[in-house]
Write a protein that binds this ligand. Structure first.
Ligand SMILES: [Zn+2]
Length: 117
């Protein structure tokens, strides 16, 4: 595909080459062959100046670590949700107390006061 803004100079150069070299009317392919390549920016390796031991980077790392650290105030959501309501409101398909051993243990712990309400 050709873009007038980028390729106008290439067309002019190609026609100049054909005018210089051809003694007869050129084929369209000759124009494309005479056309110079598009100028492209060179890819260079740009080092990113960063010192992982700098206080600024340590602060950033702490900030990121804080995002992934679990909130200690948040309830643990490892129960089945029938006896003790989970934070996410989900319930396991276990049948609840009377059918499920885990739910029975949760209910027993709740009765004896060893579990959270
Ligand atoms: Zn259960």
């Amino acid at each position: 595909m050709f873009d007038q803004e980028h390729d106008a100079a290439r067309f002019k150069r190609a026609f100049a080459i054909l005018c210089r070299d051809c003694r007869s009317w050129p084929q369209p392919a000759a124009l494309l062959e005479a056309m110079p390549r598009r100028d492209q920016l060179a890819l260079t390796k740009q080092p990113i100046p960063a010192d992982p031991d700098s206080p600024a980077m340590k602060a950033k790392f702490d900030q990121i670590a804080k995002l992934f650290r679990p909130d200690p105030k948040r309830k643990q959501d490892n129960g089945h949700g029938h006896v003790v309501t989970r934070c996410d409101g989900l319930k396991a398909r276990c049948g609840g107390p009377g059918l499920c051993e885990v739910c029975n243990k949760e209910a027993q712990a709740l009765k004896t006061g060893k579990a959270r309400a």
